[in-house]
Design a protein around this ligand. Structure first.
Ligand code: SAM
Length: 223
């Protein structure tokens, strides 16, 4: 899977993608993360990507022509352009969750467009397939949402995680009402810490009992 991130600040991504699981996923060629500077698609000598909003008001908005050129240029280079999803990061978008992460694993290429300042010219919305928010709060830019999406989707790409390790994770399964289940409680040594003991069943060696306890705990956590 290839993620293409359109941003003013590609350097922001250096840390999160150069450690641990996402780093290894890139090294193994399971995931590729490419950065594209929005400013490279500006055509004037000052490399202008934003302008003041019509009607007045504070702040600047990204120009539709610059964003359009960036998306079109990327799509022209993607060999399986049909299997590409273009996503605008926006607090006004559909809320991101595990189902949305899973849906995105269907695509070979994902283009993530990160905003800044006051956001985008409204016509940018016509250039993308989908608008995603990572929650009901406003961040300074789309880079942190893009990092969250790349991380959550990459974990679901086959072979990125060890086999079966995601199976019981939070949000990976649902109850009969369609509510997400959360992962069961986990413990490691010591057996007792500040008076709190590891549940006996986990040390019983009885796998059927342990599984039953875990399933019950997953339901209880949800309630
Ligand atoms: N003026 C915009 C509004 O009120 O809807 C907010 C602009 S915000 C300061 C700048 C950029 O950060 C947005 O264009 C978007 O790309 C990104 N952003 C901020 N909060 C976000 C969120 N909750 N989810 C996804 N992207 C977000």
């Amino acid at each position: 899977m290839i993620f293409n991130i359109i941003t003013l600040f590609p350097e922001m991504f250096n840390g999160p993608f150069s450690e641990s699981i996402i780093k290894r996923a890139q090294e193994k060629g399971l995931v590729e993360i490419k950065f594209h500077r929005l400013r490279d698609y500006a055509t004037d000598k000052h490399k202008t990507v934003d302008d003041t909003p019509y009607g007045g008001g504070k702040g600047m908005v990204f120009k539709v022509d610059v964003v359009d050129r960036a998306i079109l240029n990327l799509k022209s280079k993607i060999s399986k352009a049909k299997n590409c999803r273009t996503i605008l990061l926006s607090p006004q978008g559909q809320k991101f969750n595990q189902d949305k992460a899973r849906e995105l694993t269907k695509y070979d290429n994902i283009i993530l467009v990160c905003g800044r300042y006051e956001g985008f010219d409204e016509r940018v919305r016509d250039l993308v397939d989908q608008e995603i928010s990572i929650g009901d709060f406003v961040l300074t830019g789309g880079e942190i949402p893009a990092m969250a999406i790349v991380d959550a989707v990459s974990r679901l790409v086959p072979a990125v995680l060890a086999e079966k390790s995601a199976e019981n994770e939070s949000f990976m399964s649902k109850d009969e009402k369609g509510n997400y289940l959360l992962e069961y409680p986990q413990y490691t040594r010591p057996i007792e810490y500040k008076g709190e003991k590891v549940p006996e069943v986990l040390m019983s060696g009885n796998h059927a009992k342990i599984e039953k306890w875990r399933q019950e705990q997953m339901k209880m956590k949800r309630d």
